[in-house]
Design a protein around this ligand. Structure first.
Ligand code: URA
Length: 478
């Protein structure tokens, strides 16, 4: 019997998916079914553990498309949404995607119809999945496990409860981020194990399979307490970014209630210490530009130099922050145009970040140097100078409102956090900022310029990995 005869006779097909997140399998089956003209209501999609018995009389053999079947139409937008939406835990997702694919054959522009209920639903699934992945990137916390066998070395284990089937799709993220660490991520949907060379998958786990605490937790806690700025506390934004349900797996979350309760008192102390002593905040970038040229709040502004304003689109999703302008930046009045800027440009291009779409600026607005003959030699800004200049970077952030801030180097990180942090400890994971945006920290390109040989190669690799993570995150937030 041909496929067409089957369909006419009212056959319905049962497709058993081998894995809940297997897009390629779904796509291959969906293509054949479309080419055999099988309408959506004649197919039951059953995922592992699903109720296949209900369809015991359905046809399990797939119809074979005729030789002259038309190619299946699926535009890029559909494929990219479908790849993500298939990771959702909604059992109806396969049927929804097939319905969309089926309808696309007669209406190729359907994905542009914002009012279409199927299109809206697939967009919603995609959004939920991206949010779940983001939470996983941000809130997985590894705990050190004691292992008797010394040869095995340290092993870190994390427990996480994703809402959707995102574990396998995010394996690459954690592999790149923690490539030198032996780790396992245990979840109720399955587990991942990385031994610094190969990734393997394991069965679902339970909470008690993961360890409860280790000395690293104290570090996390003191780190979080140190970056918590009471003057910028917005409880609503914080809860939105870090929902309570994730707190139980995050050691630093135990501090949150106390920090919030003590925030008012700490803010009053900050005001007393003069940390907030600027006048009214400028509300345009042009006003900031004007004001920094007149700023003499710290000794750097007294040198023979020019203030260098940030540059880039006012609505940029990404803000890139360096330390301070160098000699060439000072002369040209633009950030990152000298050797460090050229290196930065090359790495941004390599990982696919468009510098023109980013707002690029510095933690300190004037060039700090010592004169040696005709040369002006760069000097690092001091903590007080960076802290004084925070006013300007905060003013820029308040106007540009980037979703993601990339701080390059320790001075930039201090300019954003108000505290000194160690790059190697904080790089590679987002730090939530009080306005709901997130901070990523990496090395400064000048640091790479000072190295050579294998040390340079290793740092360049880490730098690229950090930039690639930022690009991925930007895509998720888009
Ligand atoms: N280094 C920085 O930190 N910023 C610049 O603008 C140039 C070099």
């Amino acid at each position: 019997m041909t496929a067409l005869q089957h369909v006419k006779l009212g056959t319905y097909y049962v497709v058993h998916l081998p894995e809940a997140d297997d897009f390629d399998f779904w796509r291959e089956r969906a293509r054949s079914l479309v080419q055999c003209d099988v309408p959506p209501d004649r197919i039951a999609w059953v995922e592992p553990g699903g109720s296949g018995d209900l369809f015991a009389h359905g046809e399990r053999r797939m119809p074979v498309p005729p030789m002259d079947a038309k190619p299946v139409r699926a535009n890029r937008r559909f494929v990219s949404l479908a790849r993500n939406a298939i990771l959702h835990s909604d059992p109806e997702r396969f049927a929804l995607l097939y319905r969309l694919l089926w309808r696309l054959q007669s209406n190729p522009r359907m994905m542009e119809d914002k009012a279409d209920l199927d299109v809206r639903r697939v967009e919603e699934l995609d959004k939920n999945v991206r949010r779940d992945s983001h939470k996983m990137h941000a809130f997985v916390r590894f705990r050190l496990v004691e292992i008797e066998d010394e040869e095995v070395g340290e092993h870190y284990v994390a427990w996480f409860e994703p809402e959707h089937h995102i574990l396998r799709a995010n394996a690459g993220f954690f592999m790149r981020r923690f490539s030198n660490m032996r780790w396992s991520i245990l979840t109720p949907r399955g587990s991942l194990h990385w031994d610094t060379e190969t990734m393997s998958e394991g069965p679902p786990a339970e909470r008690h399979d993961a360890p409860g605490g280790d000395p690293m937790e104290d570090l996390w806690r003191s780190y979080y307490a140190s970056i918590f700025n009471p003057a910028r506390l917005k409880i609503g934004a914080m809860l939105k970014e870090m929902p309570k349900k994730y707190w139980k797996n995050m050691p630093e979350a135990a501090l949150i209630p106390d920090l919030i309760a003590g925030a008012q008192g700490r803010e009053a102390k900050m005001v007393e210490k003069g940390a907030l002593e600027f006048e009214e905040r400028p509300d345009t970038l042009a006003a900031i530009d004007k004001a920094i040229h007149a700023c003499r709040k710290c000794p750097i502004g007294q040198l023979d130099n020019h203030a260098v304003m940030g540059e880039g689109p006012q609505d940029a999703a990404l803000m890139i922050v360096g330390e301070q302008p160098g000699d060439q930046e000072d002369q040209m009045g633009r950030p990152f145009v000298g050797p460090a800027g050229q290196l930065l440009d090359a790495h941004l291009e390599k990982v696919g970040i468009d510098r023109r779409a980013a707002y690029v600026t510095n933690a300190v607005k004037h060039f700090k140097y010592v004169q040696r003959g005709k040369r002006r030699l760069h000097q690092n800004p001091g903590a007080k100078e960076i802290d004084t200049c925070r006013w300007w970077i905060e003013s820029e952030r308040a106007i540009v409102k980037p979703k993601l801030v990339l701080a390059m180097g320790a001075s930039a990180a201090r300019g954003l956090l108000g505290k000194t942090v160690s790059i190697s400890k904080v790089r590679g994971a987002p730090i939530p900022l009080e306005d709901g945006s997130e901070l990523w920290v990496t090395a400064h390109p000048s640091y790479l310029l000072r190295l050579d040989g294998s040390a340079r190669e290793e740092q360049a690799r880490l730098f690229d990995a950090d930039l690639a993570a930022v690009r991925e995150r930007l895509e998720e937030l888009a």
